[in-house]
Ligand binder design. Structure first.
Ligand code: ADP
Ligand code: MG
Length: 349
């Protein structure tokens, strides 16, 4: 028996430390498993120089989505897309998903049909097959777990750990917009709860609301980089926030990094949300999360190609071994790049 005082609440560790804690005694036993825990997806050899990559995510009602403003179609679409994003982050091509759902009996068949319409749309858009899943009842809202499987040539797989000193740090798209969209949706929910006759006013926020409710994975960028002959040296998708992901690349590559404030692109709607809600735009960009953009490093010799790429911004460079991650401000001062990734045990949406 444990003494009550010796027990540790999970929120004392937080998500990342908890994962480290529960996986600490597991070592990879099979020679064909090239990567177990610790990257966007696990990687294992299947023969003929090919590997499969596999990634799984769990979305819980009330934590990851709120059905008072997220249409079930979008929840279904997003549950697939966030997994595919992890497969692309390994520079692999997804081919299938399994989808497991747990739902309480307050859900109707029509509601589950809407969820699956979104899952179907994502499978069509990204060319992946539904491989199976599991179905259960739930006492605590809707839960959706999706596992995505993809394939790649072994030599093409890009890990979080591959970057080198002086590599360029590149970011696709813009960041902070999904977080901005969430703020708008939460505000409209609060208005609605006060006065159910009010219709939500999302005018002027279409882009950021769309980024929150129905994100896309950067399949296009993976294809374009391959076409341009640029092979990232390390890569991760931005789910927990840019600052958190830069720190992951640093930690796993054993290097420092500097990123530049003026290179962090915010969409004009994100800026508008920052102003209206009196939030710091830069912090939204660095820590908002759920962007599902790709953060990757590349060799200096790829500078010209990457610099001319639409939709890719070079935001900094990797530092030396043993250094940490810094943010260089416009005025030339630097500050540690601190990660405040979503911690679902502490900061529930
Ligand atoms: P991502 O944000 O890319 O989905 P996570 O931060 O969720 O990655 O997970 C980081 C790593 O930890 C991944 O390799 C994931 O498979 C692993 N992981 C997360 N939760 C668990 C768990 N409960 N048991 C084992 N491994 C886990
Ligand atoms: Mg990821």
């Amino acid at each position: 028996m444990f003494d009550e005082q010796d027990l540790t609440p999970v929120d004392q560790l937080g998500e990342f430390k908890l994962i480290e804690h529960v996986t600490r005694d597991f070592e990879v036993k099979n020679a064909d498993v090239l990567k177990g825990v610790g990257d966007d997806a696990a990687v294992y050899r299947v023969g003929n120089g090919l590997v499969h990559v596999v990634s799984t995510d769990l979305l819980m009602e009330g934590v990851h989505f709120d059905l008072s403003y997220a249409p079930l179609q979008h929840v279904g679409y997003k549950s697939v897309v966030v997994n595919l994003s992890d497969i692309y982050a390994m520079n692999a091509k997804p081919f299938g998903v399994t989808v497991s759902i747990a739902m309480s009996n307050r859900f109707t068949v029509e509601a589950i049909d809407a969820l699956y319409a979104g899952i179907h749309k994502a499978c069509e858009t990204y060319g992946v097959d539904l491989l199976g899943g599991d179905t259960s009842s739930s006492q605590a809202g809707l839960g959706i777990s999706v596992t995505a499987i993809g394939s790649a040539k072994e030599e093409d797989v890009v890990y979080r750990s591959g970057s080198k000193h002086n590599d360029l740090i590149c970011l696709t798209g813009d960041v902070g917009s999904a977080y901005a969209g969430l703020q708008v949706l939460k505000r409209e929910k609060a208005v609605f709860l006060k006065n159910p006759n009010m219709q939500p006013d999302l005018a002027g926020f279409d882009y950021v609301v769309g980024r929150q409710l129905k994100p896309e994975a950067r399949k296009d960028i993976i294809a374009e980089l391959a076409k341009a002959g640029v092979r990232p040296t390390s890569m991760i998708d931005v789910s927990d926030g840019l600052a958190s992901e830069v720190n992951h690349l640093c930690r796993q590559s054993g290097l420092g990094a500097t990123i530049y404030q003026d290179k962090i692109i915010l969409d004009h709607e994100t800026v508008k949300v920052a102003e209206e809600f009196n939030l710091p735009g830069l912090t939204m960009g660095l820590n908002g999360g759920e962007d599902y953009e790709l953060l990757f490093t590349a060799k200096l010799e790829d500078f010209d190609v990457l610099n001319s790429f639409r939709g890719i911004q070079i935001i900094g460079h990797m530092g030396a071994e043993g250094e940490s991650a810094f943010l260089q401000m416009v005025d030339g001062s630097t500050a540690p790049l601190t990660a405040q990734g979503w911690n679902h045990f502490k900061d529930e949406q």
